[in-house]
Design a protein around this ligand. Structure first.
Ligand SMILES: Nc1ncnc2c1ncn2[C@@H]1O[C@H](COP(=O)(O)OP(=O)(O)OP(=O)(O)O)[C@@H](O)[C@H]1O
Ligand SMILES: [Mg+2]
Length: 451
């Protein structure tokens, strides 16, 4: 049932409108003053507002303004006195959905509200659909216009058309996962599964089970058969993230799957054949790992069919400002804050910084900045630009903004460690406690080198 807030000081008028809306199946909340009206906006979760302009304790424009601040899509209809067309125009300019001139036929007002609600519903449906669609595609919004980044995307989209194995290399936080998703979701397999495997995140004794699944009774506790990620990715893409950290023993098994396109579940004898596109990523120099005997040479050559190098952010400084704007907008939308400007001197600071943590460091800096910024512009003290120390400790940089950034890091690290202690190391529960997404928590754990 839709709830309508009526702000009108004349009791007879309020009652009449209440009845008119009530008989059409609306729930009605009447407020006889601005004060009551504002309280109702805060507490009642209304779907539309009808307000008079002249009220004993102020103007209906205050209701209009507050309603729009709270919920920009909330329709507000203003009742104006006969002959005050300028006021009506002002109301619409300030965001009123429509106005109605007194005296009026209640049916006319009902029609306006009905139309407003159905338009709002359609807009919301549209948004939900759009979101569903982009979730479905799951290519995250990207920013960056540098030649180097464009080349990376161009390569990714070209190779996407083939089944070719792709090896994405680059420093931590440069956007390797984003590139992997771009390859999959622009490929003919886009509507098939994209199955990421974060190799170092899975405990060593579980990874085989995770990748290949198991048969019932394969080990104590295996009460049911379970498919592994390679099976789940059948017809789609498997993304082997941080492959450089994979155990040597497992590297051999992986090699076999890649060569033969088949494997057995743990405790099983039947060969399972799969059709899989493989994308691997690493922040390590795999050739060096091979030279030092930590990575199998034959596996390296298997994977290194189509290498894509994602350059560090300091090597494509043209991307810094577009990325900054992108993240500021993203976090403002998420936190429902107005989008602040980025003054030139701040841009200059951002451009000079080394960005050892690459795009992830910039993203985190902008998240902090949006939290701390209350004015029209982002200021240097809203984010810390100092290079993150794994242990979150203070480093030798005397500037104020470095100090604030470090303070945030130390505090965040301590909170995360507390939460993990409280939950006995359970990261999903810790993410709930900390009110962040699981992914954000994992990124922070990585950034601060916790655990
Ligand atoms: N061009 C870009 N546009 C928008 N966001 C980006 C871009 N590049 C990276 N990001 C964001 O930065 C963060 C780090 O990117 P991603 O996880 O893809 O990096 P990575 O290279 O896989 O890092 P790691 O080696 O640490 O796993 C993510 O939140 C990602 O969405
Ligand atoms: Mg990654």
């Amino acid at each position: 049932m839709n709830k309508i807030l009526i702000v009108e000081d004349k009791k007879s008028m309020a009652d009449m409108l209440s009845m008119a809306f009530g008989s059409e199946g609306y729930e009605v909340k009447c407020a006889l003053s601005i004060k009551d009206g504002l309280a109702s906006l805060d507490n009642e979760n209304v779907d539309a507002v009808v307000t008079d302009l002249k009220l004993p304790d102020g103007s209906g424009f205050d209701i209009l303004k507050s309603a729009k601040e709270r919920v920009p899509s909330l329709p507000v209809v203003v009742m104006t006195a006969f002959g005050s067309i300028e006021t009506a125009v002002r109301a619409v300019k300030e965001g009123a959905y429509d106005f109605i001139t007194k005296p009026f036929d209640p049916d006319h007002l009902l029609l306006i509200i009905k139309r407003a609600l159905s338009e709002r519903f359609a807009a919301q449906e549209n948004l939900a659909l759009k979101k569903e669609f982009s979730d479905f595609l799951r290519i995250p919004d990207m920013a960056g216009t540098s030649k180097a980044w464009m080349d990376v995307l161009e390569k990714a989209k070209k190779v996407a058309q083939q089944k070719t194995t792709v090896l994405i290399l680059g420093e931590s936080g440069t956007g390797k996962e984003l590139v992997a998703r771009t390859v999959h979701f622009t490929s003919p397999r886009a509507d098939k599964p994209f199955v990421p495997v974060n190799c170092p995140a899975i405990p060593k004794d579980l990874i085989e089970n995770e990748l290949f699944g198991h048969e019932k009774g394969a080990f104590t506790g295996a009460t049911e058969a379970k498919a592994g990620r390679f099976e789940l990715a059948n017809n789609g893409t498997i993304f082997l993230d941080e492959i450089g950290d994979m155990d040597m023993n497992l590297q051999s098994k992986l090699l076999r799957v890649l060569q033969e396109g088949e494997f057995e579940r743990v405790g099983g004898t039947k060969s399972i054949k799969v059709d899989i596109r493989v994308i691997a990523a690493s922040n390590k120099n795999l050739e060096q790992e091979v030279a030092q005997g930590r990575f199998r040479e034959d596996l390296f050559y298997r994977l290194n069919v189509f290498p894509v190098n994602v350059p560090p952010l300091r090597g494509r400084r043209d991307d810094i400002i577009p990325l900054t704007r992108h993240f500021v907008k993203l976090f403002c939308n998420e936190m429902r804050k107005p989008i602040p400007g980025i003054p030139e001197e701040v841009e200059a600071l951002l451009l000079e910084h080394e960005w050892k943590g690459n795009v992830r460091e910039l993203k985190n800096a902008m998240e902090r900045a949006v939290i701390l910024c209350d004015g029209n512009s982002i200021l240097p003290e809203h984010f810390g630009l100092a290079a993150p120390h794994k242990d979150g400790s203070l480093i030798d940089d005397d500037s104020l903004f470095a100090a604030s950034g470090q303070a945030v890091r130390v505090a965040e690290k301590a909170r995360i460690e507390d939460a993990l202690r409280t939950t006995g190391g359970n990261k999903s529960k810790a993410a709930v406690l900390l009110k962040v997404s699981y992914k954000t928590l994992l990124n922070k754990i990585k950034e601060y080198g916790i655990g």
